[in-house]
Design a protein around this ligand. Structure first.
Ligand SMILES: CC(C)(COP(=O)(O)OP(=O)(O)OC[C@H]1O[C@@H](n2cnc3c(N)ncnc32)[C@H](O)[C@@H]1OP(=O)(O)O)[C@@H](O)C(=O)NCCC(=O)NCCS
Length: 175
């Protein structure tokens, strides 16, 4: 599996993947309530490219090496705060438990700390999203806090786990 930057042509493939995974994504992803149009995914890819240009977000698609297929998405977002980035990810239902989310989050954490001024990386997930929480736990993130949030997807409890790691801990863990 490798992380690929979008080149602007991926909207239709992304649309097919999201539609195939709607039942899998809907419990946790607020944007997966209804099937997106192809146009919406084309726009999403364009927005992702613009975020890259503005340096406020770094979205990738996950390419499975054996098949060349798109099997999910992951990215770094500037939502957390200045000097902090947040990682998000999702993996196609037919490719889960192969370590793809963990490998993505590992690569993105390393990439985040290679950017000037980034001191901390965060991963947020609902307290009930066991599969998602396993990813930061595995990578050595620490659970920093539990925060109340508005429920935005059907399986969300309204409480988010905030997992964090700082640059020194990440570098120490990698050496
Ligand atoms: C959460 C998600 C990204 C995990 O992707 P993944 O590629 O399967 O994750 P990994 O293979 O790296 O799994 C890492 C570990 O998480 C745990 N895990 C993964 N799926 C799990 C599940 N369904 N139940 C319990 N634990 C699970 C396991 O400990 C797993 O390691 P193991 O397979 O060696 O036991 C994927 O299930 C998904 O896309 N879910 C829907 C969208 C979503 O919730 N995104 C995150 C929003 S915060």
């Amino acid at each position: 599996m490798s992380l690929r930057a979008f080149n602007g042509e991926e909207g239709p493939a992304l649309n097919r993947l999201v539609i195939r995974n709607l039942e899998h994504l809907r419990p946790w992803m607020p944007w997966a309530r209804e099937a997106p149009t192809e146009e919406a995914n084309v726009e999403y890819v364009q927005r992702t490219l613009q975020e890259w240009e503005r340096g406020v977000g770094f979205g990738y698609w996950l390419r499975e090496e054996a098949t060349g297929e798109m099997v999910g998405c992951a990215g770094l977002h500037g939502r957390a705060a200045p000097r902090r980035l947040e990682i998000g990810y999702w993996v196609s239902a037919d490719r889960v438990r192969r370590g793809y989310a963990t490998a993505s989050a590992r690569a993105l954490t390393t990439a985040a700390f290679a950017m000037p001024g980034i001191e901390q990386v965060e991963i947020h997930c609902d307290v009930a999203n066991v599969a998602s929480a396993a990813v930061p736990k595995r990578l050595g993130y620490r659970l920093d806090r539990v925060v109340p949030v508005a429920k935005q997807a059907p399986s969300e409890t309204g409480r988010h786990l905030v997992w964090v790691i700082d640059a020194a801990s990440w570098i120490a863990a990698a050496t």
